[in-house]
Design a protein around this ligand. Sequence first.
Ligand SMILES: Nc1ncnc2c1ncn2[C@@H]1O[C@H](COP(=O)(O)OP(=O)(O)OP(=O)(O)O)[C@@H](O)[C@H]1O
Ligand SMILES: [Mg+2]
Length: 270
Amino acid sequence: MIVFDKVTKRFGDDTFALHDVSFEVDPGEFVFLTGPSGSGKTTVMRLLTREYTPSEGEITFGETPLHELKSNQVFQHRRQIGVIFQDYKLLSDSNVWENIALPLYIIGKSQAEIESRVTDLLKLVNLVDKAYLFPSQLSGGEAQRVSIARALATGPRVIFADEPTGNLDPETSLSIAKLLHKINQLGTTVLLATHDTGVLDSLKSERRLHLDKGKLVKDSHAGKKPKRKPVPVKVDPEQPDTPDESDAKKDPTDDHQPTEVHVENLDGAK
Ligand SMILES: Nc1ncnc2c1ncn2[C@@H]1O[C@H](COP(=O)(O)OP(=O)(O)OP(=O)(O)O)[C@@H](O)[C@H]1O
Ligand SMILES: [Mg+2]
């Protein structure tokens, strides 16, 4: 679903933010992006959202090579990626409800759809009772849960969380990691950039891509799993034994549904 193929990102002549980085992420995966400060984690996110373009190499999202996106398609592309930041980036003069609803207003959803979706998202992140508070009235963990709900509002295929626990205490950090993991289990692909050892230790079995000085130096799951969903092959004695063309062309991620948020409040998602 996400393919980085020999991607280099250079600033000026000799600053390499990323150097010859290749990896693939399948739909539904949970992937940690680790590495010291300056190793290139945020650059991966900015390349994925087409805020940056690679100096060399190619990035594909779904079936779309990002260099083929026209400028008027970038907005549509970005809707498929929910981004979560260390500093939450909430609108300070809008309340919790309005912050979560904003992306839905922007894409023109009806008032009834917005009310139903925001109500479900508030339940998911366990903030129903804080819906009418403003960001300055929230704890860090609560503010981050609002930003997670906002990122999920339009039903993105991928969540990219960039150091989401950087401003939080260890216990709150674990609850945010647990919430993101739950969202992944509900069907959204999650990339989590972090050097929070508590968070990493709490989800030991999940895949880690480790960057160092712009190079991908470790993929914990390298060679462990098939890279792509197999294309269905028709077995029909009347027909030649070849893949159905329409299936072969189909984006395997097309089946994506917005994260189903009709769930009970998450235990411990404080
Ligand atoms: N717009 C830019 N102009 C110049 N250099 C940049 C730019 N963006 C990133 N870089 C450089 O690329 C390198 C990687 O930066 P990046 O922000 O991706 O690191 P990071 O792994 O996210 O670090 P941190 O953990 O501190 O957030 C750094 O050396 C940074 O200075
Ligand atoms: Mg960063």
